[in-house]
Design a binder for this molecule. Structure first.
Ligand code: NAD
Ligand code: UDP
Ligand code: UDP
Length: 316
């Protein structure tokens, strides 16, 4: 098959491309390199099955493909808040363009949505039937509300134009190739511990997240794309940790003496997050297999090659 991956030079997109290329598909990687890096897909350069296209999805484009994995969108709070209007344009105009493309070429379209559509959830763990608790005017809204509109657009193109859609709600995912300066908690803690500077815990550290290793997530995305269930479906690891527990896990693997420093909690930071994955288990026969300690070990190995004690400071 010929498969288009928008945001393919990013963290999740590049791991997805690895799997698709290994299966022998033709892959079009489309990216504007805002947070993606050519290095993430450089190992496929020169393969006749691989094509890299520099393009911003807020502009229309004409391509041919059988499937579209639509991942293009900055995902970490510091990146999506850097230019919030651009984040909304990417989610709304960008998704509209990709759905228009899918409609024209009759491609199956998978949207990488997010657990952020649940906002600061009042239902725990989060099921797909929960409509969420999102602040429409806060600093996270460009991303949360942007993805909610992207979901709405997907379902309206499905109902109105018969576009064959799949919607994944991805929960916090981590692994090799995360940017060491992207401000997300796993990359921050690992980079800080390797640099020998204190781990920055925001708030008291008793807020929770559930961390999914990237290979598990990619497997879930591919099962969703190639199955009959359109979603929305939660893809994430239901093992829930407080941020302080995560800091301790990183300390245990890198430096048990690493200091922790407490910083203010950002505005609208969700207090608890954990997926109910019964839908994914039932419809996709999928569940995560990589425990946190093992996933952290593989991520730390990747960071060790990039982060040195003398490296530039991590944003906090
Ligand atoms: P990432 O920032 O590494 O990847 C996003 C990619 O999209 C980058 O390569 C970036 O350059 C590209 N991009 C951004 N705006 C673009 C535009 N206007 N035109 C073309 N390309 C553009 O992030 P990621 O963690 O790999 O996330 C991939 C997708 O998964 C995103 O849609 C994100 O919202 C979703 N997601 C990720 C997580 C997570 O924990 N990583 C959780 C929930 C949802
Ligand atoms: N679009 C695109 N590539 C295509 C087909 C459509 O980028 O191959 C864009 C198109 O420019 C439009 C959007 O997708 O802005 C929605 O397309 P649709 O055909 O649904 O709407 P219309 O063009 O009729 O407004
Ligand atoms: N966080 C933290 N220290 C950091 C970065 C993040 O304590 O250096 C916290 C953040 O406040 C949030 C959680 O870790 O409660 C997850 O943050 P991240 O930005 O990774 O993802 P998201 O908030 O989008 O789930």
């Amino acid at each position: 098959m010929r498969i288009l991956v928008t945001g393919g030079a990013g963290f999740i997109g590049s791991h997805l491309i690895d799997r698709l290329m290994e299966q022998g598909h033709e892959v079009l990687c489309l990216d504007n390199f805002f947070t993606g890096r050519k290095e993430n897909v450089l190992h496929w350069w020169g393969s006749p099955n691989f094509e890299l296209i520099r393009h911003d999805i807020t502009e229309p484009i004409r391509l041919e493909a059988d499937q579209i994995y639509h991942l293009a969108c900055p995902a970490s709070p510091i990146h999506y808040q850097y230019n919030p209007v651009k984040t909304i344009k990417t989610n709304v105009m960008g998704t509209l363009n990709m759905l228009g493309l899918a409609k024209r070429i009759k491609a199956r379209f998978l949207l990488a949505s997010t657990s952020e559509v649940y906002g600061d959830p009042t239902v725990h763990p989060q099921t797909e039937t929960y409509w969420g608790n999102v602040n429409p005017i806060g600093i996270r809204s460009c991303y949360d509300e942007g993805k909610r509109v992207a979901e709405t657009l997907s379902f309206d193109y499905h109902r109105q134009n018969g576009v064959d859609i799949r919607v994944a709600r991805i929960f916090n995912t981590y692994g090799p190739r995360m940017l060491e300066n992207d401000g997300r908690v796993v990359s921050n803690f690992i980079a800080q511990a390797l640099r020998g500077i204190p781990l920055t815990v925001y708030g008291s550290g008793d807020q929770t997240r559930s961390f999914c290793y990237v290979s598990d997530l990619v497997e879930g995305l591919m099962r969703l794309m190639n199955g009959d269930f359109i979603g929305p479906v939660n893809l994430g690891n239901p093992e829930e940790y407080t941020i302080l527990e995560l800091a301790q896990s990183v300390q245990a693997q890198i430096n048990p003496e690493a200091e922790i420093s407490f910083k203010p909690l950002p505005q609208d930071d969700p207090q608890r997050r954990r997926p109910n994955i019964e839908r994914a288990q039932h419809h996709l026969h999928w569940q995560p297999t990589v425990p946190l300690a093992e996933g952290l070990r593989m991520t730390i190995q990747d960071f060790q090659a990039r982060v040195t004690p003398a490296g530039p400071a991590t944003p906090n």
